[in-house]
Design a protein around this ligand. Structure first.
Ligand code: GLC
Length: 594
């Protein structure tokens, strides 16, 4: 048994015993029900004793401001407190790189970028800043950190993983949990997605075979997201389990189950891994939450799905739409005996423990005094520091960088003036988007601020500049159009043709060429690398791209080191193919020029 940090107080255990003794079955099952905010009214939160409400990616109030977020969340909490026992709900969001659904919030680099920074203290400080912006809006639960260990960069969630390397993920995932939970305000982390979400094989996620009634076929797109990890148990434990063990020892009280499968069995139905290993062997005494509609994927018969998931060890179900049917179905399962009351009581105990521990019984609402921290200069400076520390210099021919500030500089590329692209997925809306989606500084904006008055700066997104003369320095900013989850599964992890064309066009016009790549993963860039004098992997870096200007003009050194191997060609994808390849990768894990 792992030595688990006993973060639950015995007085609360007594209070929980007293509460459970009074609770009706409806009140208990209500605690196990999580509904998404567009599908439930505050009145139904009261009527059905709902334990949690969430905003899915982009689940924003009508007018997306921090104040309106706080008001929206307060409305649901007030409804929960009107119940007979006045058990507060806990509101959850995906704040995976800052409070990223909220316009005006500070958006930090995604986890794959933070992996390249290799700085647990930085990650802890980012989580602390995020917890303040969350508490400003009354949100006590963050569905983060993902402690995925992505083994195939074709996966659309690779960027949510800190690294392909288990040790890096373990260190940074733990730091994130500590940053959310160990400082004031306390936010409950959700360590996800258990287990081996990053270990699925390409082609194993189920294409939607059919959708009948409520039964939701596995929604994988037939590629890799939500697929099957076909590894033996030793490999499963060696690569994917350590981040959870460390997170539990660090005091994690919530873990989210993965859509994916192991050896053909859905994680949401996997009693051995959810209960015997996680709650037994690792001593996890918090609660397990399902992923979005994941329970439907277990069986065509919803009653079988619900009973299987709860008996396997799930404690709360992110339904998230049809909470009434879920409640009816679980009630019938208990009444028929297919789910024992002891399992219900155990689930409720785990949920109430977490609610006492996170503090919603004492302070069910947010802290309006923190609204000034949302998108504050201090938080943006922290994000800028993270950008500086996570960018990786892959090439710097003849020490082209740092550039002087009074050069004539030509800037091109669709990522140069594109806050949405530089932030990537999970930003304001689920999939993210191009354009000025939230306040921030673009790469071009950072360059413009850094140049001295004597310098000349010209910009054209497509690189079609007037004239023929050669200009001294060109900077091209290219990258991946934002995506999230299976929408980002991509067999061709290469640059878009439009980006290749801009690079080639700028090569012809500039004496020296710097390429900056804003992506959620390594891409096949072997040809473009040869065309560039300097090449920077800047990742989906968030709202504070002046951190890039700091680096290219020498205000800060490049220190980033790749946390993912960089394949030379598609033949070196996935990681297993690269490790078996006769040729070395384009750049190995840990590479980075300074
Ligand atoms: C999504 C994701 C999960 C997220 C949840 C709520 O489908 O898999 O990471 O926390 O639903 O948005």
């Amino acid at each position: 048994m792992t030595e688990v940090k006993q973060q639950f107080s015995l007085t609360n255990e007594a209070a929980i015993d007293a509460l459970i003794a009074q609770m009706t079955l409806a009140e208990k099952i209500g605690q196990m029900t999580q509904a998404e905010k567009n599908s439930i009214t505050p009145e139904d939160v009261t009527r059905y004793f709902i334990g949690s409400v969430l905003s899915g990616g982009g689940g924003n109030p009508e007018v997306n401001t921090p104040e309106n977020w706080a008001q929206m969340v307060r409305g649901f909490q007030e409804a929960a407190l009107k119940t007979r026992l006045s058990i507060p709900l806990i509101y959850g969001v995906d704040a995976v790189h800052g409070h990223n659904n909220v316009v005006g919030a500070t958006i930090f680099p995604h986890n794959n970028a933070l992996g390249a920074a290799r700085d647990p203290d930085l990650v802890r400080r980012i989580a602390e800043a995020t917890s303040k912006e969350l508490m400003a809006t009354g949100v006590h639960w963050d569905f983060a950190p993902a402690v995925s260990v992505p083994q195939d960069i074709r996966w659309g969630r690779s960027y949510e993983g800190f690294s392909e390397n288990t040790e890096i993920v373990t260190k940074l995932g733990t730091a994130y949990v500590q940053g959310l939970q160990d400082s004031k305000p306390r936010i409950m982390a959700s360590v996800k997605h258990y287990l081996a979400d990053g270990g699925a094989e390409w082609g194993t996620s189920h294409p939607p075979q059919w959708i009948t009634g409520n039964w939701q076929a596995p929604t994988g797109n037939g590629k890799i997201d939500q697929g099957d990890a076909r590894v033996d148990e030793a490999t499963l434990r060696r690569i994917h389990l350590p981040p959870y063990q460390a997170a539990i020892e660090a005091g994690a009280v919530n873990i989210m189950a993965s859509f994916s499968s192991w050896q053909g069995t859905k994680m949401h139905a996997h009693r051995y891994l959810l209960t015997d290993v996680l709650k037994g062997e690792l001593g996890f005494n918090g609660f397990l939450v399902s992923d979005w509609m994941a329970v439907y994927q277990i069986d065509r018969d919803y009653a079988v799905s619900v009973a299987t998931a709860i008996n396997a060890g799930l404690d709360m179900v992110m339904v998230p739409y049809d909470y009434k049917t879920f409640i009816e179905t679980l009630t019938q399962a208990v009444q028929s005996g297919s789910v024992p009351m002891s399992r219900i009581d155990d689930a409720v105990r785990r949920i109430l423990r977490a609610k006492f521990w996170v503090g919603v019984f004492d302070n069910p609402f947010g802290d309006d005094s923190l609204l000034a921290e949302v998108g504050s200069a201090e938080h943006r400076a922290l994000a800028r520091e993270a950008v500086r520390k996570s960018a990786v210099l892959l090439k710097n021919e003849d020490q082209l960088l740092p550039l002087s500030r009074n050069e004539t500089i030509m800037v091109a590329g669709r990522g140069a003036e594109n806050i949405g692209l530089q932030c990537g997925g999970w930003t304001i809306i689920w999939q993210g988007d191009n354009g000025a989606i939230t306040p921030g500084t673009s790469v071009l904006g950072g360059i413009r601020k850094a140049l001295e008055s004597g310098a000349e700066l010209v910009y054209s997104a497509d690189g079609n500049f007037a004239g023929e003369e050669l200009v001294p320095v060109g900077i091209v900013v290219v990258g991946e159009t934002p995506y999230a989850e299976g929408m980002g599964d991509n067999e061709r992890v290469t640059l878009l043709d439009v980006d290749k064309e801009v690079i080639a066009r700028m090569r012809r016009r500039c004496a020296k060429l710097v390429v900056i790549l804003l992506s959620g993963r390594p891409l096949i860039i072997t040809d473009q690398l040869a065309q560039a004098d300097a090449f920077i992997a800047a990742w989906w870096l968030g709202t504070e791209a002046d951190g890039i200007a700091d680096l290219i003009f020498g205000d800060a050194p490049f220190t980033g080191k790749l946390s993912f191997s960089w394949p030379r060609s598609i033949d070196q994808v996935p990681l297993k193919a690269l490790q078996e390849s006769a040729e070395p990768p384009l750049f190995p894990l840990g590479f980075g020029l300074s």
